[in-house]
Design a protein around this ligand. Sequence first.
Ligand code: ADP
Ligand code: MG
Length: 259
Amino acid sequence: MTSPSPASPSPASPSPPQPSSAPLLKAENIRKTYRKHKDTIEVLRGVNLEVLPGEFVAIVGKSGSGKSTLLYCLCGLAQADSGSISLCGEPLDAQNANHLARLRRDHVGFIFQDLNLVSALNVADNVLLPSKMAHKPASRAQIGDMLRHVGLGGMEHERPDNLSGGQRQRVAVARALLRQPEILFADEPTGSLDPATAKSVMQLMRAGVTPRSSLIMVTHDLDLAATADRVIVLADGVNHATLRHPTSEQLFELMQQAS
Ligand code: ADP
Ligand code: MG
């Protein structure tokens, strides 16, 4: 970071650079409908969301309320029917598929609810894969450190199929964190972890949020959601409520109202 020289103050000098407050993610009026046989399910009916650099935003809502669908739309893995989304200042709707793939590769991390580990690769190569694709090479030592941080020290050579659900989840977390994305989308990243491991994984993800990056996490764990800077309660396809630094009791009450 540059700072103005104290030796040369002048009224005509340009003001020092300010931290950018442009949102890393801005979504307006997102709508998404699925068709199942003859039925139409209006999953998202006008969701709005803005996330600033440095923010940790949690999204909660009952099962089937469209949380995963929303995350997929926000990162361009699914296409919203209407509405506008910009990610790292780039409008998603106006981009072609290759550009979108590059944007995700270079700026976005994703911890999928169904993990998407590559069973043909061992743990270390799974963790390395997105960094390799983003041309952000990591050393074996860095991979080993990251695995130790998520409680998988020494498991570099294991295959995902030989791990428990909780261990596989931690591989997915390590994989997303290793490359330090500007925006990390996490879909129930602690869903199959015991409370102690969930807490340490959460601390690790929280520590990955810098003044220039953001974490957007879907969770059903209201205690974890309450550690976010802001919590969005999703219900009936819209933002039912937004709370800043809520308690888990407040969230519980809102979830009850929403159901
Ligand atoms: P959540 O993550 O909140 O549990 P989802 O976003 O997974 O909710 O799903 C919201 C609704 O959309 C559910 O009713 C689900 O069955 C439906 N849905 C999700 N994905 C698809 C799909 N690819 N095709 C059809 N329906 C889908
Ligand atoms: Mg889901």
